[in-house]
Design a binder for this molecule. Structure first.
Ligand SMILES: [Zn+2]
Length: 454
């Protein structure tokens, strides 16, 4: 027990207080400076990755914290081994798994503005992932995709088979130095922020991404690269089964159209990469999109995933508690660009949480029926947003949304903030519209949810 806390405990005992000197669940925050340097060696033929994460963590909250929560989704998939100790500033610490994916790392009272370095060695043995996870960390047809693959600052939460299982907060930088055990062609590694790659064939790639809430990459020795410049943004499309031209065209249209609708795209590049699986769902990461084989050139899917670069990549939210904040806007944006309206048959509240649909930790759930997740959270959100847009008028609605994105860029938002913002920018009362689409009770808080917003 640190001296300061021992004194506090003594004082409380002396006063006869029955209070615990620290809350049972400890003190933490998500207001943290995060800089990740990951050094990894990948054996493509076996799907084995040996990695060391060095995380420089700075407490940007006004209070001392005694632990940090890190999300490690590959543990739930059965891919993770962490045989060597985690260290904080070079000293071994006793970590604890509080859910199947949440690693609690103790910190010895990290004061405001103080920085520590956490080192975490880990190994992944990647296999074919089930259901919604095929475009995340998975291995199929000789392609290795890495999404939600390394320990990252999060809130203490559990993996779930519906929706997106990981909630993250913007890091200053995430850098990967990747070595492959056999030489590969330079275009075999698709990652955002490519810093260096072999001239033709080699074993070493470096990628660094700044102001991002996650980092993903895809490795396929048979990748072909299609490149475009879209108003100064470097677009790179990596495909195997189709040429990348159609995908690049679609992504270019989306980048231009969405910058017009919601404000500038803030990064220097956008990467789209085909994964090995045909089934499952394509997946968004900051500056990076993983496309399943059946959807590489699908107009809706490419537009939807590019829209997540605004809603998720730039403006964050809790994708388990309020998934409509990113999925609703991604669906709305894709349909807006396509010039089509919503098409839904749900009666469920748009603001349902993913837990409203029974599912296993990694599989199952009703994604597609009228009563399912897509119709309620994706398509019915679009109906709500189109109704709000019609009530406000296009100019007021998109002006308000551009201000929303600019104000919350790289931050973390809630539905109540968004609704207040839209109402403040509307000449009409939006309450009847909100009441028609949103649940009238605030969603119950899962037991381990307490976090501060940026
Ligand atoms: Zn989506």
């Amino acid at each position: 027990m640190p001296a300061r806390r021992a004194l506090a405990a003594a004082a409380l005992l002396a006063a006869g207080a029955l209070l615990s000197p620290m809350p049972a669940d400890g003190a933490t925050t998500t207001r943290l400076g995060q800089r990740y340097a990951i050094v990894a060696t990948l054996d493509v033929s076996s799907g084995r990755l040996d990695a060391m994460v060095e995380l420089e963590l700075t407490n940007r909250s006004p209070s001392a914290i005694d632990h940090v929560n890190l999300s490690v989704v590959p543990r739930a998939l059965g891919y993770l081994a962490m045989n060597d100790p985690v260290t904080v500033d070079g000293a071994d610490v006793a970590t604890e798994w509080t859910t199947s994916i949440n690693l609690r790392v103790p910190l010895d009272d990290l004061a405001p503005r103080e920085t520590v370095t956490i080192e975490m060695p880990f190994q992944l043995e990647v296999g074919l992932s089930p259901d919604a996870f095929t475009a995340r960390t998975s291995r199929a047809n000789g392609v290795l995709s890495f999404g939600q693959w390394f320990p990252i600052v999060s809130i203490d939460h559990e993996v779930y088979g519906m929706g997106d299982p990981q909630i993250t907060f913007t890091a200053e930088s995430i850098r990967l130095d990747l070595t492959t055990t056999t030489p590969l062609g330079r275009d075999a590694v698709a990652c955002p922020g490519l810093v260096s790659a072999p001239a033709t064939t080699g074993t070493s790639w470096t990628c660094e991404s700044t102001s991002v809430r996650d980092f993903s990459f895809v490795v396929n020795p048979r990748f072909r690269l299609t490149e475009r410049d879209v108003d100064g943004i470097a677009l790179r499309v990596y495909t195997e089964t189709v040429g990348g031209g159609t995908t690049a065209d679609l992504a270019s249209e989306a980048l231009v159209g969405l910058a017009d609708a919601f404000g500038e795209y803030p990064w220097q590049d956008l990467v789209l990469a085909e994964v090995g699986s045909g089934g499952g769902f394509s997946m968004e990461y900051p500056r990076m999109i993983h496309l399943t084989r059946g959807k590489v050139a699908d107009r809706y899917v490419v537009y939807h995933e590019v829209a997540h670069q605004w809603f998720y990549g730039q403006v964050g939210n809790d994708q388990q508690r309020e998934p409509w904040l990113d999925e609703g806007f991604a669906d709305f944006s894709a349909r807006w660009l396509m010039g089509i309206g919503e098409n839904q048959c749900s009666t469920r509240p748009v603001d349902s949480e993913v837990f409203a649909w029974p599912a296993g930790p990694l599989t199952g759930g009703d994604w597609t029926s009228c009563d399912g997740y897509f119709h309620a959270v994706f398509y019915r959100s679009t109906e709500l947003l189109n109704t709000v847009r019609a009530a406000m008028g296009n100019d007021a609605f998109f002006d308000a949304m551009r201000d929303w994105v600019r104000h919350h860029r790289f931050g973390f938002t809630t539905a109540s903030q968004l609704l207040r913002h839209l109402q403040a920018r509307a000449d009409v009362d939006l309450a009847p519209i909100f009441a028609a689409y949103l649940g009238d009770q605030p969603p119950p808080a899962p037991p381990t949810r307490s976090y501060r917003l940026d």
